[in-house]
Ligand binder design. Structure first.
Ligand code: HEC
Length: 133
């Protein structure tokens, strides 16, 4: 039991933060951006803050996988790479996720309780996402 746990620490884990191109990052009012940064950017941007447990296998594999798939679906650091219609579609998806409380991922909130969205934050996000702000 002990030896395999030591051995799996040598399996390489991708914790890369790709470079940021300011021309591609999301532009939004500061209040909106700060909510998204606080609740979503660890998995949906190239500005991931890798927690200590992302250095300890096997948890590190799960964290790395969430960031990989999270970025593939939605990457605020590459927001402007998408066409306008794609961005509008993503906005609809975001409204859906936050309305159903499926994002931020519930498991993430255990270690990041302050990333939980308050009703007020959800309303601010929804108004901005639907162009009603
Ligand atoms: C702990 C990592 C993590 C955090 C934090 C997180 N997400 Fe995600 N998100 C994922 C992963 C992984 C996927 C892709 C797999 C899935 O759909 O579960 C995803 C998928 C999505 C999708 C696409 C869903 C679809 O229909 O395909 C949206 C939209 C989304 N997240 C929005 C958000 C928003 C908005 C926040 C912040 C309020 C957030 N996420 C926070 C990991 C995260």
């Amino acid at each position: 039991m002990f030896i395999p746990l030591l051995l799996i620490q040598f399996v390489p884990v991708n914790r890369e933060n790709p470079p940021i191109d300011e021309n591609l990052t999301l532009t939004a009012p500061p209040q909106i951006k700060s909510i998204l940064k606080n609740s979503c950017y660890d998995c949906h941007s190239n500005e991931t803050e890798w927690p200590f447990y992302s250095y300890i296998a096997p948890v590190s594999w799960l964290v790395s996988r969430d960031v990989k798939f999270g970025r593939e679906d939605l990457n605020f650091s590459e927001w402007n790479k998408m066409t306008e219609s794609k961005r509008n579609h993503k906005k609809e998806e975001i409204v859906e996720e936050i309305s159903r409380d499926t994002m931020p991922m519930p498991i993430y909130l255990i270690t990041h309780p302050s990333a939980s969205l308050s009703n007020e934050e959800k309303l601010l996000l929804k108004n901005w996402l639907t162009g009603r702000d």
